[in-house]
Design a protein around this ligand. Structure first.
Ligand SMILES: [Zn+2]
Length: 319
């Protein structure tokens, strides 16, 4: 096994890598504290948490590939037991990618669907879809890609998206699971790996043989390798992403790049909630002013903001 260039580094990050001699880039993701922070701020059923954990992994893979200053958003929308699941990513100016997420669902319907052995994607019901949005602020054009939710897992649904939008060979694995600690405490681990074929540029990336059949064969082999990777390998906090990449692809010549650190963060604030309230239609504002207190919960981080009616609708300080 190749020697590691540094000691194992666990935590919350994406590790980009490249398979030397192949037109293939990849990313390994490990989320521990981040997944725990996002998930334990809510009290969702375990199946919803698993889907949320996997969505965090998928968004971290894609968000860290984009060069932009805005927010990258994944939304799953359905008419089934889960109606909405949303995760977003925004790079902070200190270089750390900030992430958060939430879900909306009918708890009884989730349990009923699971009794009927619904898949995680099946929890969103028929006619559901997934949307990826790049939001670079009010003055910039929003990019959005929408595809029907296909398959049984989020990884299968993501592949459908890649096939339709990018049309480049992609293989992806996503996993999330709770870790039960002594004393009943629960932490979450989420992890995943993606490999993606890249277009050859100027011949530099062509394999020495330059043989398309050889490339196809290699690609098939890598796809199978990824499919047979166990969830436990993706989720083991004692195996850092670099070790996992070397273990899986030791024959392919792995070159790893700088890791991309991530953390949980929600940019909501009292001032932002106040601005939101002031943007509501007059009728809604009147109705709220008649209440004793106005309580607004942030969907993402579950922070509660409580206002007296007379303070809710005055101009908020800029933050
Ligand atoms: Zn929040």
């Amino acid at each position: 096994m190749p020697e590691l260039s540094s000691k194992p580094q666990t935590g919350d990050y994406v590790l980009p890598f490249r398979l030397e001699g192949h037109n293939i880039n990849g990313r390994v993701v490990q989320l521990n504290d981040l997944a725990t922070q996002v998930i334990t701020r809510h009290d969702y059923p375990e199946a919803v948490n698993r889907l949320l954990g996997e969505a965090l992994v998928l968004v971290s893979m894609l968000g860290t590939m984009l060069k932009f200053d805005g927010r990258f958003i994944l939304q799953l929308h359905g008419k089934g037991a889960i109606s909405t699941l949303m995760v977003d990513y925004a790079p902070h100016k200190d270089g750390v990618g900030e992430m958060r997420g939430f879900a909306q669902f009918d708890e009884a319907a989730v349990h009923q669907a699971l009794k009927e052995e619904s898949s995680l994607i099946g929890l969103l019901g028929a006619g559901s879809h997934m949307a990826f949005t790049v939001d670079q602020g009010a003055d910039m054009e929003r990019y959005q890609g929408i595809v029907p939710l296909a398959g049984e897992t989020l990884a299968e649904a993501a592949l459908e998206y890649f096939q339709r939008s990018e049309q480049i060979g992609t293989a992806v694995r996503l996993a999330a699971a709770p870790l039960l600690l002594p004393g009943g405490k629960v932490e979450w681990c989420a992890g995943g790996i993606v490999v993606q074929q890249t277009a050859a540029t100027g011949g530099i990336d062509l394999p020495p043989e330059g043989d398309p059949d050889y490339e196809d064969e290699e690609w098939n082999r890598l796809q199978i390798l990824l499919e047979t990777t166990q969830d436990t390998e993706l989720l083991d906090a004692d195996i850092d992403p670099q070790t996992l990449a070397f273990r899986l692809f030791q024959e392919e010549g792995v070159r790893v790049f700088d890791r991309r650190p991530l953390r949980f963060a929600c940019p909501c604030s009292r001032a932002r909630v106040q601005n939101m309230l002031q943007g509501l239609p007059d009728d809604d504002q009147k109705e709220m002013q008649a209440q004793e207190t106005i309580e607004i919960n942030c969907d993402f981080c579950n922070e509660q903001y409580v206002f007296r009616p007379e303070e809710a609708f005055v101009a908020a300080p800029q933050d």
